[in-house]
Write a new protein. Structure first.
Length: 354
């Protein structure tokens, strides 16, 4: 029947393996359980202590995280945990990261987005003798449920570093991740920040399509639009072919920049804190990505252009009429469903305000 342990205080029966796993989760978040003496639990987690000023429980978690991020250096300063790219590991810059929330108060900081959950700003920061334009994204842990869940999960800022590593391992271009900063109180996340480098002359796909491609006329304009759609479809094929899932592939999360060496476009993915590599990418998730692009960039495209994107995405399977019509039907049906949900949510929000 297994190994069981009775708790005299609560009069409950708890499986010993479950209790051990729960205590381990608390330890790696810096929370001691019971009358545990300092230094005892660190023996259960292999590996050396990498920072002298950290508690051994939380250090182990930091060390396990940095195994997959060889390009980043982990540090702990003034209650903040930092992961900094080796390229930007300047002492003065790291000192600025310890109080990164003050960047938003800088008069030169351009606020791009300011919402309840996230805040985004752009600021040029001097490292050495060179100024680097950075984008700073703040993730707020505003709900009690989210803070409790954060005891057993990493922050969205660290998730962005992990997502960038997954995408680059798959050969997918992304913006250069610079650093991630997270603040915790008693192991619970309070806020986190993600810093990335700006893409020179990069535009979101909707802006690039409307400003650079739609005004073009004639055969050359049609060919450039087709090349753009073909490259964009290849990006989706590459992601799905390697079982990499991006949770929000709308037009605003895909940057387009001109390739200097060729008359083509390079795409860079943004907002990759929920990127994951799956053992098998389901049809539902593939369809969700197609619907996300159809609902955003598809609003500016004509019917032949949408079909050309679908043809480039499906490849030889596009010639099969049944497959083609079935996929188009699913995209349209799912789009109507999502639009209906969004409309109801907007109506409920207006009703609550009134």
């Amino acid at each position: 029947m297994g190994d069981w342990r009775k708790e005299s205080l609560t009069k409950l029966t708890t499986r010993k393996s479950w209790k051990k796993n729960c205590c381990c989760c608390l330890r790696i978040r810096g929370i001691r359980s019971g009358s545990e003496k300092p230094g005892e639990s660190e023996k259960s987690i292999p590996g050396p202590i990498i920072f002298e000023d950290l508690t051994p429980f939380y250090v182990k978690l930091v060390e396990c995280r940095t195994v997959l991020l060889s390009d980043f250096i982990a540090q702990k300063r003034d209650g903040a945990t930092l992961w900094v790219h080796r390229k930007f590991a300047d002492r003065a810059f790291v000192d600025l990261l310890t109080h990164v929330e003050r960047w938003f108060d800088d008069p030169k900081c351009q606020i791009i987005k300011d919402e309840k959950k996230t805040k985004v700003g752009r600021l040029a920061v001097k490292i050495g003798d060179q100024a680097h334009p950075f984008y700073l994204k703040q993730f707020n842990a505003f709900s009690l449920r989210y803070r409790l869940f954060s005891l057993f999960a990493s922050s969205r800022a660290f998730g962005s570093l992990r997502g960038a590593t997954i995408l680059r391992g798959a050969g997918i271009p992304t913006v250069t991740p610079v650093a991630a900063v997270e603040y915790r109180a008693c192991g619970a996340l309070t806020k986190s920040f993600f810093i990335s480098e700006e893409i020179a002359e990069g535009k979101t796909t909707d802006a690039y399509w409307n400003r650079e491609l739609r005004p073009l006329r004639g055969r050359e304009g049609a060919e450039r639009r087709r090349r753009f759609l073909r490259d964009l479809a290849q990006l989706f094929r590459s992601l799905h072919g390697q079982h990499v899932y991006h949770d929000d592939l709308k037009d605003a999360n895909i940057l387009a920049a001109k390739d200097d060496s060729a008359s083509s476009v390079i795409f860079f993915l943004l907002d990759f804190d929920r990127v994951r590599r799956c053992s098998r990418l389901s049809k539902r998730r593939r369809l969700k990505n197609l619907v996300q692009l159809y609902r955003t960039l598809g609003c500016y495209m004509r019917r032949p252009e949408k079909l050309y994107f679908l043809k480039s995405y499906l490849g030889s399977a596009f010639s099969d009429r049944i497959i083609r019509r079935r996929l188009i039907s699913k995209v349209l049906r799912q789009t109507r469903r999502v639009e209906g949900i969004k409309a109801r949510q907007a109506a409920e929000a207006r009703a609550s305000v009134n």
